[in-house]
Design a protein around this ligand. Structure first.
Ligand SMILES: Cc1cc2nc3c(=O)[nH]c(=O)nc-3n(C[C@H](O)[C@H](O)[C@H](O)COP(=O)(O)O)c2cc1C
Length: 207
């Protein structure tokens, strides 16, 4: 089983998403044999934003691309190949201003590409995801509580958005483990961590 871990917190020290991801990977690895694990640290080393040349290259047929066009798509191609390689995706995703970290958005801009990770059929106006047979797990801490059904739930454009994008490229089996209230007192914060650990422990055996 091949695991691609994608981390997007800018923090190393005290990062809840990284700590809980490590916890999950440890439990998951003991429950499975023949594990391959790659880590893509978007929080520390994000890919470049798309540029005008990048965009032109993206919409030019592969065989018609100039050497400059091919060069500018190199990183994007690597990231897509890595995504195709994986059976499982683990995403550590802190909520930043009600959404995903901007570095993760840049990553998505690099991998959500027509005829690479999705297709568009103009006659029927339908989109089709090309990233098949994968499962994703999103571990998403936040200072407050933006879980669906709570007072601030409608302001959650973080895991809701990410789920939509993953679905769009064909990844439909997506589990979200939120860890809310991380800026609250220790009595409130710590049980949220333990609750998430329990969910991750249960998931590890079957994922
Ligand atoms: C730039 C920035 C924006 C943030 N915006 C929000 C927010 O909109 N809502 C929220 O509940 N927490 C917000 N937080 C808090 C983080 O979600 C929280 O500290 C989380 O634990 C960070 O993940 P990490 O511990 O893995 O680094 C923000 C933090 C940063 C650095």
């Amino acid at each position: 089983m091949k695991l691609l871990e994608i981390q997007s917190s800018v923090r190393q020290e005290g990062s809840v998403s990284r700590t809980l991801s490590n916890y999950f990977i440890q439990v998951w690895e003991t429950a499975h044999s023949k594990i391959e694990h790659k880590k893509r640290d978007i929080g520390i080393n994000p890919p470049a934003h798309p540029t005008e040349l990048w965009t032109k290259a993206n919409y030019t047929l592969t065989e018609e691309r100039s050497p400059e066009m091919r060069a500018i798509l190199t990183r994007s191609e690597e990231l897509i190949e890595e995504l195709l390689w994986a059976d499982r995706l683990l995403l550590g995703v802190p909520m930043y201003n009600f959404s995903i970290p901007s570095t993760l958005k840049v990553y998505l801009d690099n991998v959500v590409r027509i005829n690479r990770t999705f297709t568009f059929e103009p006659v029927t106006y339908t989109f089709q995801g090309l990233i098949r047979n994968k499962k994703a797990l999103i571990i998403t801490p936040s200072a407050g509580n933006f879980v669906a059904g709570t007072a601030l739930g409608k302001m959650n454009f973080c895991d809701t958005y990410l789920q939509s994008v993953l679905n769009f490229i064909g990844i439909n089996d997506v589990v979200v483990v939120p860890i809310p209230n991380q800026f609250m007192s220790e009595e409130i914060r710590q049980p949220e961590i333990e609750n998430a650990q329990a969910k991750l422990m249960n998931l590890a055996a079957e994922w």
